[in-house]
Write a protein that binds this ligand. Structure first.
Ligand code: NCD
Length: 355
């Protein structure tokens, strides 16, 4: 196991170090906080806002080892053996939910996914009651997605009163989706090496996007220049306050970009018509081969999924080998989630240096 993890050349395999009884000083990440600070001092992962750059880099470094691990035929460890992980998805999901399930299983946790549609939520149980009941079952990790911004903070507050269980935000309303931002960052770092000097254009339905909000904060924290490209109706009015550069014309927003992250039109969050038609939207904001020529020649195209081909992105771009990193993002998602599950439970597992 540790031999496998030690295989990688490009990073310090902290996890392997942990498993080979190294001294606590060896546990310090490369981009660690001040000497004497406890490592990753957060019980939960609720948002990118407020995370220090070294905390983000630490999680990315941790995730790197799991990328290699996941490429082996046998991908099972007992790092989380005996721990219980509950996945609680109040909103539809394919990638994020499967990714957290697979991540927990590969780490050896007992993973249960609550089927919200068949739960007492349908009988009128409040979110607080659901959270209290799940906390009473003494899970070690709860992964939650909810349609309301702030709902996961509420669950974390309830759970914290009962147990030292880690709560992970898998997307709350339009607020944040921290593990998506982490997996996007890991994908970008593996292609571009670092974030300093990169111009990253995030394009589409910024207004309804938790992915955009988490990415703005993470990518700027690590030194990238970030643009928000959207029609005026889908651009938040306080966009400049977020520190990103707004563009309402796609060609201008794409100019010399190193990375382009496309977003889905989130019709389920729209009340009324924000765009005249999806056809017109594609005409002005769809990422086509011709439009992509405005970006740098070695541009990387990304999309968190699910993709609407022919609405925000052309199939020829989405499927372009050497340009599109869209399926690679999904691969990085499992590694990032394994890192989060591992790191957030280290204190509970009594690992030295994590008190
Ligand atoms: C995103 C989400 O749910 O916020 N998808 C995802 O997590 N992979 C974006 C979206 O739904 O468009």
């Amino acid at each position: 196991m540790s031999a496998v993890l030690l295989d990688s050349q490009s990073f310090t395999p902290y996890h392997a170090v942990l498993m080979t009884n190294a001294s606590t000083s060896a546990l310090r990440p490369r981009n660690s906080g001040p000497e004497g600070a406890s490592l990753f001092p957060n019980q939960h992962l609720l948002m990118i806002a407020g995370m220090k750059p070294w905390e983000i880099t630490f999680l990315l470094d941790e995730a790197e080892q799991w990328v290699n691990f996941n490429r082996q035929t046998r991908k099972q460890t007992d790092v989380l053996k005996g721990l219980t992980q509950i996945n609680l998805f109040f909103e539809d999901s394919t990638r994020t939910r499967m990714s957290f399930e697979i991540a927990g299983q590969r780490l050896g946790a007992d993973v249960s996914s609550m089927a919200v549609a068949q739960s007492s939520v349908k009988k009128g149980e409040t979110l607080i009651d659901t959270a209290q009941n799940l906390a009473a079952m003494r899970p070690d990790i709860i992964v939650v997605r909810h349609q309301e911004s702030g709902a996961i903070q509420l669950i974390a507050d309830v759970v914290s009163a009962y147990t030292r269980c880690a709560v992970i935000n898998a997307g709350d309303g339009r607020h944040e989706h921290p593990t998506q931002a982490l997996l996007d960052a890991l994908t970008i770092r593996r292609h571009k090496g670092s974030f300093e000097g990169l111009t990253i254009a995030i394009c589409g339905d910024i207004l309804h996007s938790r992915v955009a909000r988490s990415n703005f904060q993470l990518l700027m924290a690590l030194g990238a220049r970030v643009r928000a490209v959207a029609p005026p109706t889908l651009m938040p009015t306080d966009i400049e306050r977020l520190g990103v550069e707004p563009y309402t014309h796609m060609d201008d927003g794409l100019k010399d970009a190193d990375v382009v992250i496309m977003l889905r039109l989130q019709q389920e969050r729209m009340h009324g018509a924000y765009v005249p038609s999806t056809r017109e939207y594609y005409y002005f904001y769809g990422l086509t081969d011709a439009r992509l020529k405005h970006a740098k020649p070695d541009v990387l195209v990304m999309h968190p999924g699910p993709m609407n081909r022919g609405v925000e992105i052309a199939s020829s771009v989405a499927d372009a080998v050497n340009v599109s990193a869209i399926t690679e993002q999904v691969e990085m998602g499992v590694a990032v989630r394994m890192a989060c599950l591992d790191v957030l439970t280290r204190q509970a597992r009594g690992i030295e240096g994590w008190a």
